[in-house]
Design a protein around this ligand. Sequence first.
Ligand SMILES: Nc1ncnc2c1ncn2[C@@H]1O[C@H](COP(=O)(O)OP(=O)(O)OC[C@H]2O[C@@H]([n+]3cccc(C(=O)O)c3)[C@H](O)[C@@H]2O)[C@@H](O)[C@H]1O
Ligand SMILES: Nc1ncnc2c1ncn2[C@@H]1O[C@H](COP(=O)(O)OP(=O)(O)OP(=O)(O)O)[C@@H](O)[C@H]1O
Ligand SMILES: [Mg+2]
Length: 274
Amino acid sequence: MRPTQRLIIEEMGVRPEIDPEQEVERRVRFLADYLTQTRTRGFILGISGGVDSTLAGRLAQLAAERVRKSGGEAVFVAVRLPYRVQFDEADAQAALRFIAPDETITYNVAPAVDGFESEYLEAVGTDLSDFTKGNTKARLRMVAQYAVAGDRGLLVLGTDQAAESTTGFFTKFGDGGADLLPLFTLNKRQCRQLLQHLNAPEQVWAKVPTADLLDLNAGRTDEDELGLRYDDIDDYLEGRQVAEEIAEKIETIWWRTRHKRTTPVSLLDDWWRE
Ligand SMILES: Nc1ncnc2c1ncn2[C@@H]1O[C@H](COP(=O)(O)OP(=O)(O)OC[C@H]2O[C@@H]([n+]3cccc(C(=O)O)c3)[C@H](O)[C@@H]2O)[C@@H](O)[C@H]1O
Ligand SMILES: Nc1ncnc2c1ncn2[C@@H]1O[C@H](COP(=O)(O)OP(=O)(O)OP(=O)(O)O)[C@@H](O)[C@H]1O
Ligand SMILES: [Mg+2]
């Protein structure tokens, strides 16, 4: 195996083979134990209709039910965070039916994003690019979740998993800003495997991943933007051999996005000098 591949796999904690039942149990236990230990009241998570939030949402609901069963207080709040109307709203509704959350809130981020955009033009004198506006949508989704979490004593869940973490394919302090990461160590195909194990509808577990952040290219696939296939990233993370150019591309992206996987860089840090 390539030395950098070994390093990345170790950092991400990916196992080449998993037992879905054990992986579900391990994660539900983590969430339930964390709530009990910290005396917090539950979780909140944005539900997009994609693979990752559907899995994390279902795990959170199972954890909340487990805490209640043992006499504790816990709630899972699912939050729809569309920018106006989402092109794949039907998938988000299918995800919600499967998750069966204790509560669902819908918070349209469009007024906040659009207000931000017009003030940006006023202040900076140029238009906010569609790309940065996309990251602003992700950040304002984070703000909405922390507002509810703050008022209700909840924890914000993040959906970062190994394939996304390796490629830094998330918005720094946007969807990357969260309290707990129940999907950590799973690659993308393992997330799908867990959803299948939990009897999620195919509409959800087989869904093509999209960040869906752009006004000008709704539903652009992650693979198109990354220039990499999840199957290749997943193979790489399972320690398999992938084509040299693909391995090099993954390693370059991993290196370039290292700053996203750390706390803010201070004078005491030197990891970036390597
Ligand atoms: N070397 C360095 N050391 C410390 N900080 C550094 C840095 N280089 C950039 N930065 C900072 O980081 C910022 C760039 O990071 P960021 O703002 O995240 O922006 P960036 O990484 O350029 O874009 C986010 C990417 O994640 C994708 N995404 C976002 C959200 C969800 C999903 C999804 O899969 O659903 C995907 C999105 O499509 C886009 O490709 C810079 O503006 C700068 O402030
Ligand atoms: N429209 C939305 N409504 C609610 N939450 C959202 C929305 N878009 C993004 N999010 C949140 O941001 C997270 C990051 O998006 P990401 O696309 O990586 O995950 P996903 O949509 O759940 O799965 P996939 O990667 O398969 O598309 C989501 O898991 C979800 O918590
Ligand atoms: Mg998505």
